[in-house]
Design a protein around this ligand. Structure first.
Ligand SMILES: Cc1cc2nc3c(=O)[nH]c(=O)nc-3n(C[C@H](O)[C@H](O)[C@H](O)COP(=O)(O)OP(=O)(O)OC[C@H]3O[C@@H](n4cnc5c(N)ncnc54)[C@H](O)[C@@H]3O)c2cc1C
Length: 359
């Protein structure tokens, strides 16, 4: 057994999100896989807003890495540096690799264990329950989905959403933003566009906006974009492979440009397409195939699969039954996108992809 293990190539995956979880699961029997992640679990991140209004939902959307990748070595720590053959962690470990996969899409400064995360959701639900008025800062998918979850589950609350941009959901088309705005207005959510909230001006539940308006709210939630998870790479051998947006430049086989044994997958890549979890999972499957080919000694680039950027498709849920979808140029609102996403938020589908029971 020891001899067999020694022959296996060492693959280190940094980041256990949508992309990292799938590649670690797929390769765990083909290589000696180490998964380095800030936390002990993978979170279906697009289910997190439902967990804020219904903490028990997180029992299925938080999955310990050891559950879906029992053959991988799970290292719970931040990766801090890379050399040509090792990844350094914040705990001072040096993890050797033959092949490296970077999948640190976004930094999540949340809880380290599943239990801590569920407690966090419980505290957030308590905060929502005990407030009469709630301020949401940010009108991207997180702010819109959270406002919708609260409006549907707690219809008596006064919700104000403030967004600095001129429209909601700027990552997709204008029509989708308008449909989300109309839906929120129909649920009596007040949406203020083109302004930001001066959070440090808050006093006794009174907030000021950049436009001089005042908003009274018992509590607030910040729903602005999470930073891209590449700052830890800025002093490493990959520093010249980071583009102006902080994304890693990859080739058509998903290898970091100029590095034959380093792959990057998920939101951290500069692939010209919408940043979506189902695409991050697709990257993981292509990179896993390519890693298997390389491990088998097929170094010719014709033996490697090519990833083609996807056409724009995104679904934003609006509570438990409705949503807004953009599929290329087509925008649909209402029950149909709701049926596709808003009930289970793709949690069962994601669990199945990781080889787990969907329920
Ligand atoms: C509100 C909202 C709704 C969405 N809805 C959908 C949807 O319906 N469908 C869909 O497909 N996509 C959806 N998305 C997009 C989806 O969440 C992302 O595209 C996806 O999570 C990206 O996956 P990833 O693996 O690249 O990165 P992430 O999921 O961000 O994972 C990154 C991982 O890296 C870890 N990490 C970061 N830095 C380090 C470090 N230095 N060391 C170790 N670990 C590190 C983090 O802890 C994390 O586990 C939605 C996003 C939002 C905000």
């Amino acid at each position: 057994m020891e001899g067999l293990l020694a022959e296996k190539k060492r693959v280190v995956v940094v980041g256990g999100g949508a992309a990292g979880s799938v590649i670690a699961k797929t390769l765990q029997l083909h290589a000696d896989v180490s998964l380095i992640d800030l936390k002990e679990y993978f979170e279906v991140s697009w289910a997190s807003l439902r967990a804020m209004v219904e903490p028990s939902f997180a029992n299925r959307s938080l999955i310990n890495h050891s559950e879906y990748a029992p053959n991988a070595h799970v290292i719970t720590s931040a990766a801090t540096n890379i050399t040509g053959n090792e990844v350094m962690t914040a705990q001072g470990r040096a993890v050797a690799y033959d092949y490296l996969v970077i999948a640190t899409g976004h930094v999540d400064n949340g809880a380290h264990t599943k239990a801590e995360k569920i407690n966090q959701y419980q505290a957030e639900q308590d905060k929502i329950k005990s407030a009469n008025s709630i301020l949401i800062v940010g009108g991207g998918p997180t702010g819109v989905e959270l406002a919708a979850e609260i409006a549907v589950d707690f219809p008596g609350k006064k919700i104000t959403l403030v967004h600095r941009g001129s429209r909601l959901l700027e990552f997709i088309g204008e029509k989708a933003g308008k449909k989300a705005l109309d839906w929120l207005n129909s649920k009596k959510v007040e949406v203020i566009l083109g302004q930001s909230v001066k959070l440090d001006s808050e006093s006794d539940g009174v907030y000021e906006t950049s436009g001089g308006e005042t908003i009274v709210a018992d509590c607030h939630f910040i729903c602005t974009v999470k930073p891209i998870g590449s700052s830890w790479l800025k002093e490493t051998i990959l520093k010249d492979c980071i583009d102006i947006k902080g994304r890693l430049m990859v080739d058509k086989n998903l290898r970091v440009k100029g590095h034959d044994n380093i792959f990057a997958i998920g939101d951290i890549t500069d692939i010209p397409e919408l940043k979506q979890g189902y695409l991050a999972q697709e990257h993981a499957l292509v990179a896993a195939k390519n890693l298997q080919a390389l491990i088998e000694g097929k170094t010719d680039c014709c033996a490697l699969s090519v990833y083609k950027p996807a056409s724009p498709m995104a679904l934003v849920s609006l509570g438990r039954r409705e949503g807004v979808a953009q599929i290329m140029c087509l925008t649909i609102g209402g029950r149909i996108p709701g049926i596709v996403k808003s009930g289970d938020l793709f949690v069962g589908k994601t669990r199945k992809l990781l080889g787990l029971k969907s329920a």
